[in-house]
Structure formats: C-alpha cells, structure tokens
Design a protein around this ligand. Sequence first.
Ligand SMILES: [Fe+2]
Length: 163
Amino acid sequence: MHENGQKIAVINLMGNLFMRSCDNAFYKIEEVLKNLKTEDLSFIFVDFHAEATSEKMAMGHHLDGRVTAVVGTHTHVPTADATIMEHGTAFQTDAGMCGDYDSVIGTKKEEFVRKFATQDTERKRVPPADGEGTLCGVIIESNTENYLAKSIRSIRVGGKIGN
Ligand SMILES: [Fe+2]
C-alpha cells in the first residue's frame, strides 16, 4: 500500500532457461494475474529473475499492456534498453546489481577468474567484492488513470559505473 492509499502489486517470477527448473513462468504469470484485483491497483511491478536476455525480453512482450513494468534481475549487469513497450509497459532487460562493479557479478574478481581459468567446477561460494558500490535500478512512473507506465529511467549512482 502506497502512502496516499494507492495499491501496488509486486510479482517475483523465476525464469527457466539455463536455470534450475521451476514452473513455466509464462503460464504461472497468467494464474497470478487472474487472481489479482487489478481494478484496485495503480502499479503492477514484475521482477523477472532470469538468466537469458531472450527469455526476459519475451516476458516483457508477453505482459506488454497488462502490467506497469517488467524489469529483469539475476544477471547483475544493467542493460541499456529501458523503454516503454508498444502497449504501455515499462521494460528493462536487467536492472543491474547494487554492488562493486570492480568484480565478477559482485564477487571477488581474482577468485572468479581463477575458477574459469582452471575450469574449477566446485560449487563453492565466492566471497563478495568489497569496493565502493554502484546503486543501479530504474525509476518508473505510472499513469494515474490506469496502471500503465508513463516513463522509465535507468539510474546508476556512485562507484565504478555511476554516471
Ligand atoms: Fe539470482
């Protein structure tokens, strides 16, 4: 619930391509949307946690005109494609992480490079990189008369890739 009484829905969906398999996100979202009372809502945000850019873009088009925003997560690197899609949904393939970009997706670069160089496949947690972080994300405005998007702007503040 927003401070002036507006209701916001946040949906976290898991992708399937190159990931441990979950329910099919394209079917699951239909079930979720059917159970939402959309007439009460001023903002429907879909976080699509997925590995493949193709799957994330496909989900954006699948939901275009039906939700306020589809923003991808999981790949940790912000993409430069913030846009309002054809039918009014704001989209960006990946929001990027909030963290140290002098790293490999937020973890100690030396350790990750060693893992690739030595083909070390042991599933051991790589410690996080602890340099100055960049805050990444998107700012999205929705229309007051419906829950479609009015604008989307991607932001990067501080650290290595801030602007
Ligand atoms: Fe993830």
